[in-house]
Design a protein around this ligand. Sequence first.
Ligand code: HEC
Ligand code: HEC
Ligand code: HEC
Ligand code: HEC
Length: 175
Amino acid sequence: MKRNIVPVIALVTLAVPVLFLAAPNRKYVGASACKLCHKSEMQGRQYVIWEESLHAKAFLNLRTDKAREIGAAAGVSDPVSNVQCLGCHAPLADKAPELRDEGVTCEVCHGPGSAYKKLSVMQDREKAVQNGLVLYDADPGMIEAHCLKCHQNPHGNPYDFRAAWERIKHPVPPK
Ligand code: HEC
Ligand code: HEC
Ligand code: HEC
Ligand code: HEC
């Protein structure tokens, strides 16, 4: 028994610095924090577009009769607490339980915002990325790859990337 303990401890002490490098204290702050600066017409109404999309309701919709039906067919009795359903419908349920109800929220696609949400950081694209903002270089291939993490016909419905992106895209208007 005792001989096994040493390597486990060595692994743990090695793992800690690596974890800190990967995510230096970044926290999820929720869509209401982004709303402050991303809701006006001039800025492109990103918050409004998101709030009106099904992404904002993805968790809440796990409470519907339709969800229970889909769950039952998959042998899932309680979709609201099932890790598989939550994985796509409320991906932050585990890491930031207080944001579970926001479903597929801004930070699911743009990374945890605590370090980049400051105005002085946000105004500098490079700085924002260094502080955890996830962007996709306006590259349809990169964007589609991200969408497909959840949209690979999970419920057998066809998925048209171009049409889907048209429905939820939220650009900053040209100045
Ligand atoms: C204090 C105001 C403020 C807050 C809070 C804020 N942003 Fe921003 N954000 C800005 C400004 C200003 C820009 C630059 C927009 C421009 O190009 O005119 C920006 C740009 C962005 C961009 C585009 C970057 C690029 O260069 O393409 C993304 C994505 C973004 N914000 C996401 C978020 C998310 C997600 C949150 C919440 C976690 C958030 N922002 C919170 C002010 C803010
Ligand atoms: C791989 C990601 C993924 C998983 C896992 C997943 N969903 Fe979904 N779900 C989606 C996507 C994407 C949509 C919207 C597009 C579509 O229907 O394909 C959706 C749509 C739905 C809808 C709305 C469909 C409608 O016709 O009204 C319900 C309800 C739903 N899912 C319930 C569930 C339940 C319950 C589970 C767990 C048993 C689950 N989902 C697991 C990604 C997922
Ligand atoms: C389903 C994923 C997803 C969600 C949810 C999402 N975004 Fe985005 N957002 C994207 C993608 C993809 C782009 C394109 C960025 C690129 O091409 O680099 C983008 C672009 C942006 C831009 C920059 C637009 C431009 O003209 O460059 C801003 C600002 C932004 N998002 C803010 C937000 C805010 C605020 C929220 C929540 C209220 C949000 N996003 C929710 C995926 C998402
Ligand atoms: C973390 C998982 C996830 C990611 C990533 C994701 N989605 Fe979704 N999306 C969902 C879920 C779940 C739903 C269904 C919500 C519901 O109906 O309750 C959905 C719904 C949608 C809908 C509404 C479908 C309809 O029939 O009205 C569109 C459009 C959409 N997503 C586009 C996109 C695009 C474009 C991207 C990539 C930029 C993307 N999504 C990335 C999980 C995701």
